[in-house]
Ligand binder design. Structure first.
Ligand code: AMP
Length: 399
């Protein structure tokens, strides 16, 4: 039987357990400290002690609360490796997008800096297969991060084997399990791995139906859940503007002139609209770039890096970057197009206000369907999204 725990969903609590109290390897503690993580967030305090001793878990963590570190630390803590020894894949992390695979792998490198004997690698589609194959064959990792399609392909070709797999992690599990093709790929990989393995499944939103699938995957999982009403990011101001479709660009450019921001993400509903809007903003000399799934993979990662490294201040994108993507300088999110589903809204606006910081989210509401979605968002997440005031104090959304 699974055990369900609820927690409050805040950052560091008054009776904080420190990372030291968790009895982690000193080389991991050293990396944690270098990352500037002073205190574990509540989800880290609750989940790491279970996850690091091999417990199966279903973890719902508020966006930006450090859930990646939960499974990265728990994994690094459990692997015993010896420098120079041949490796077998011990841990597989599956995630929904190539950008996320890249980002999660970076987190393994960052937190695993002082345990270099634990080898990590990342694979995803859209890039040269032969080069990736060669790299993996020459240096088999202990931890493999990847997107389900490419991992399945490598497995079917016999390049990698999961016969010694100890742990499988599904990040943004609800998204992956609700996508028919990804779910089938995950099931196929799952079946090829030993039955006795640790399962860690995480997301900011886990619907009842996704939770049911997770429980089928693991019957003994410790569950950490948050009520939807507790998912709201309290540092985030949320407003909307009601307007006609043909007023969107004018309103956006006026907003860009009016509000101060560190970095901004603008979400649109299609690849075509991302390209077109970027053209308009660039021609008007706004420092924008765009990123969507229609671009070549090298180009996608290049743009991701460029934005992460602050070489552009505005990123126009689709739902591709709506989840998980961690850009610490983003303090404003604009929904140029309303997302189709309320959980997409929560993930998108969560790009601002990471790890308890302040942020601002503005959503353009155009028609009856948008209004319905907005009402659903306010109801489900118990958040008040108000009309955009004429003046907003910059200090209220900037740290
Ligand atoms: P995540 O929710 O995993 O995307 O993490 C959001 C951001 O919080 C990332 O930039 C992490 O590096 C950062 N982070 C994770 N844990 C901590 C911590 N304990 N203290 C400070 N920052 C953290």
């Amino acid at each position: 039987m699974s055990k369900k725990r609820n927690y409050k969903g805040s950052y560091a609590g008054a009776n904080t357990v420190s990372f030291k109290d968790m009895l982690l390897k000193k080389d991991i503690l050293r990396a944690i400290s270098e990352c500037g993580f002073e205190h574990p967030s509540e989800v880290q305090q609750t989940a790491i002690p279970f996850a690091m001793v091999g417990q199966d878990m279903i973890v719902q963590a508020k966006s930006g609360m450090g859930k990646t570190a939960v499974f990265v630390i728990a994994t690094l803590q459990q692997i015993d490796a010896t420098e120079g020894e041949d490796a077998e894949i011990d841990t597989l992390v599956l995630c929904h997008s190539r950008e996320m695979a890249f980002q999660i792998h970076k987190e393994f490198e960052r937190l695993g800096k002082y345990v270099p004997e634990i080898k990590t690698a990342v694979i995803y589609g859209g890039v040269n297969f032969t080069e990736q194959k060669k790299a993996i064959e020459e240096n088999m990792p202990h931890v493999l991060v990847g997107t389900p399609g490419r991992v399945q392909h490598f497995m079917n070709k016999g390049i990698i084997s999961f016969k010694s797999l100890q742990r499988m992690i599904l990040d943004e599990c609800d998204d992956m399990l609700q996508d028919d093709s990804m779910r089938r790929q995950i099931q196929d990989i799952f079946k090829k791995a030993p039955f006795a393995k640790q399962m860690l499944m995480c997301s900011a939103t886990i619907s009842e139906s996704a939770a049911r699938v997770c429980r089928q995957i693991s019957e003994n999982a410790e569950e950490i859940f948050l009520d939807d009403s507790k998912l709201t990011l309290h540092g985030l101001q949320q407003h909307y503007v009601e307007l006609a479709e043909d007023q969107k660009i004018k309103n956006l450019t006026s907003l860009l002139d009016r509000i101060d921001f560190n970095q901004m993400m603008i979400f649109v509903k299609s690849k075509k609209r991302a390209t077109a809007l970027n053209k308009i903003l660039s021609e008007a000399c706004f420092p924008s770039i765009f990123l969507h799934g229609g671009l070549k993979q090298e180009d996608r990662l290049d743009r991701y890096r460029k934005f992460k490294e602050f070489e552009a201040r505005i990123l126009i994108t689709t739902n591709l970057c709506g989840r998980g993507v961690d850009m610490e300088r983003v303090n404003v999110v604009i929904n140029f197009d309303m997302p189709e589903k309320s959980n997409e809204y929560l993930h998108r606006v969560g790009r601002a206000g990471r790890f308890g910081t302040k942020g601002l989210a503005i959503t353009f509401v155009n028609d009856e369907s948008d209004k319905k979605t907005l009402a659903e968002i306010q109801d489900r997440f118990e958040v008040k999204v108000t009309t955009l005031p004429k003046n907003i104090d910059t200090a209220s959304y900037t740290n």
